[in-house]
Design a binder for this molecule. Structure first.
Ligand code: KIV
Length: 273
């Protein structure tokens, strides 16, 4: 068999093997350029359906389509070499039947070249997770706050604040782990519950707003860079890209209006005769 590349990209199996070891670092990515920048530092990058809000200004992830995910998944694969790329399955592309889920998942993997997909849901999705994994599609689960269910949940709320809610969420996590998910996102979850699930399940838990008790963490890149106009309370901003872009664009607009841009060094090299 011929080898296509010298650089070995991480796989779902590598991420699975990180359970209980060094914390897993991950971020979302939707474009080739940002994928290239973060590739060095993350174990996996997620082409999240949050791209609906971040790239398209949608209010929820519900309208995101499979074609949107495939387009950006392909871009992220082109921009990265080392990290595992996981592509989110958008609402409506996998819930109706396990056969539907396989068709959508296989399309995502063939057309993007990504190494795994992610699906929201616990007990209700376990049979589908097993069906896909048995047929060669690595699946990352996603339990706790599941944004695609916003219309039935009535809003984004931290899960497991009351101990009475824990059992159902623990069952969700265990069901998808037993079905063969290689890792799972725990979103918007109270710390004691996230800690308990992390201890119980044999696969890595990746927290977002779910405390340091998880095996790894994920953030939406634009949120942590300070580019998103609104971020959930738990997000720490590691940069202020929004302000930088605004400053740079103000400088550019001023120079254009003053006719001082482009200066000679920024003009195509045509000499006057
Ligand atoms: O869509 C997304 O970006 C996600 C992460 C928040 C985990 O699912």
């Amino acid at each position: 068999m011929s080898i296509q590349s010298d650089i070995k990209r991480k796989t779902a199996v590598d991420i699975r093997a990180m359970k209980g070891g060094n914390p897993i670092v991950s971020l979302t990515a939707y474009h080739a350029h940002t994928a290239r920048i973060i590739d060095e530092f993350v174990d996996f990058m997620l082409v999240g359906d949050s791209l609906g809000m971040v790239m398209h200004g949608l209010e929820t992830t519900v309208p995101v389509t499979l074609d949107m995910m495939i387009l950006q998944g392909h871009a992220v694969m082109r921009g990265s070499k080392k990290a595992l790329v996981v592509v989110d399955m958008p609402f409506g592309s996998y819930e109706a039947s396990r056969e539907d889920a396989f068709r959508s998942g296989a399309r995502v993997m063939k057309e993007t070249g990504c190494g795994a997909i992610k699906m929201e849901g616990g007990v209700r999705m376990a049979d589908t997770v097993r069906f896909l994994v048995e047929r060669g599609i690595p699946v990352m689960g996603h339990v706790g706050l599941t944004p695609q269910a916003i219309n039935t949940m009535g809003g984004f709320r931290v899960q497991g604040r009351e101990e009475a809610q824990w059992a159902a969420i623990e069952e969700d996590a265990m069901a998808i782990a037993e079905a063969g998910a290689f890792a799972m996102v725990l979103e918007g979850m109270a710390e004691p519950l996230a800690a308990k699930i992390t201890e119980q399940v044999p696969v890595p838990t990746i927290g977002i707003g779910a405390s340091p008790a998880c095996d790894g963490q994920i953030l939406v890149l634009e949120d942590m860079l300070g580019l998103s106009p609104w971020v959930p309370k738990f997000v720490k901003r590691f940069g202020s890209l929004g302000g930088m872009i605004q400053g740079a664009v103000e400088d550019y607009a001023r120079e254009v209006r003053q006719r001082s841009f482009p200066a000679p060094e920024h003009t195509y090299g045509m000499k006057k005769k």
